[in-house]
Design a protein around this ligand. Structure first.
Ligand SMILES: *Cc1c(COP(=O)(O)O)cnc(C)c1O
Length: 363
């Protein structure tokens, strides 16, 4: 961990368990870059951040599950939508550590990846619950915690939605220092802009704090893929301050940095109508990177983010700018027998994702 080298007392003060396969590579996207007028376009391969399951949640879980281990917990409980990559990643890595997991889920628009993540959740033994709305979800979560208290004599360790607590966000402060190391090693030029999907903001916020703490010029462009009530400058400022305070208290040589709304860029125009409802621009971006680079993205997060990047490339002069696209979506195929699993073994509230059509833009 680059931050453990620079701030040695983080290693004692912050809970951490190594799960990932880091540093993840950065590769040039030569063809796509030339096509869109960004000759110095790169991709951060967090899609292969860990085995068996990559994506951006692994970096957060190293700290969150490290804390769960310190608490000697038997169960973790977390939140998401039905196809949540976060809940799945939590369950897979918790299991590696001998901890069971509970996913408290909400409905979302149907997609192939929802089916896949639900079957994987079943395969890895996650305990799944779905509640139709926010109120019932909070009541359901309270009931499940209480039920486990009675059953196991202990409350489950709660991980917030997306893993975006200050502690989880530290994973991406570290990722910014990882980029700095890779730049120092001469692997690629210091990025002018990083484009990253923002759903619960931990990824973008950690990077923003990390680049500033590492004295880099890199600007983070957060592409909003969730409701504005969840992704906004006010909430991001709070997460910045809270994460910064946590790190400063763990090692006082970590600076306290002052941030204002001017330091934050949130791209608002590529969200579309609803969380996890794919957009035409996103679907086009997914096709484009598949054709030119052979890279597979998805429609909830990374497709919308690449659409924003391509849009901006057409309107700016990026001939001399280094642009880094952060691939936050797992690309590893982990279970080849998945299509042999029977969805009817899942709790019945999830069957509809297999019995109803996927959304039209999901091919
Ligand atoms: C969770 C997730 C994100 C969003 O990250 P946040 O830290 O929640 O903003 C982006 N991409 C993928 C594929 C994800 O699963």
């Amino acid at each position: 961990m680059p931050i453990f080298k620079i701030y040695p007392s983080f290693k004692e003060k912050l809970p951490h368990v190594a799960l990932g396969n880091v540093p993840t590579p950065v590769q040039k996207m030569k063809r796509l870059g030339e096509e869109i007028g960004a000759p110095h376009l790169y991709i951060k391969r967090d899609d292969v951040s860990g085995k068996p399951y990559g994506g951006n949640k692994v970096r957060k879980l190293e700290f969150l599950l490290g804390d769960a281990l310190r608490n000697k917990t038997k169960y973790v409980l977390t939140f998401g939508c039905a196809g949540s990559n976060h809940a799945l990643a939590t369950g897979i890595y918790a299991k590696q550590l001998g901890i069971k997991s509970i996913s408290i889920l909400r409905p979302q628009p149907n997609a192939h990846y929802v089916r896949k993540n639900l079957l994987l959740s079943y395969f890895f033994g996650l305990e799944l619950h779905q509640y139709p709305n926010k109120t019932l979800l909070y009541q359901g979560a309270r009931w499940q915690r209480f039920r486990h208290l009675l059953k196991d004599g202990r409350l489950p360790y709660v991980i917030p939605v997306g893993g975006s607590s200050p502690l989880g966000t530290v994973g991406f402060v570290n990722a910014a220092f990882e980029i700095k190391e890779q730049v120092t090693n001469g692997e690629f030029p210091e990025p002018d802009y990083v484009y990253v999907a923002s759903g619960t903001m931990g990824t973008a916020t950690g990077l923003l704090l990390g680049f500033r703490a590492a004295n880099m010029k890199t600007k983070v462009i957060s592409v909003r893929v969730n409701d504005a009530s969840r992704v906004n400058k006010g909430s991001m400022l709070k997460l910045l301050y809270d994460t910064n305070a946590l790190l400063h208290s763990a090692d006082s040589s970590f600076p306290i940095i002052s941030f204002t709304e001017q330091d934050i860029t949130i791209h608002q125009d590529f969200f579309g109508k609803e969380y996890a409802l794919f957009t035409k621009e996103g679907a086009e971006a997914i096709n484009r990177i598949e054709k030119s680079e052979g890279i597979t993205l998805e429609g909830t997060y990374t497709g919308k983010t690449l659409a924003a990047l391509i849009h901006d490339a057409g309107r700016r002069d990026w001939k001399d700018k280094a642009i880094l696209f952060w691939n936050t979506y797992n690309s590893l195929d982990i279970v080849d027998t998945l299509d042999k699993l029977d969805y009817r073994k899942l709790p019945s509230s999830f069957h509809r994702y297999f019995e109803e059509a996927v959304q039209p833009l999901d091919k």
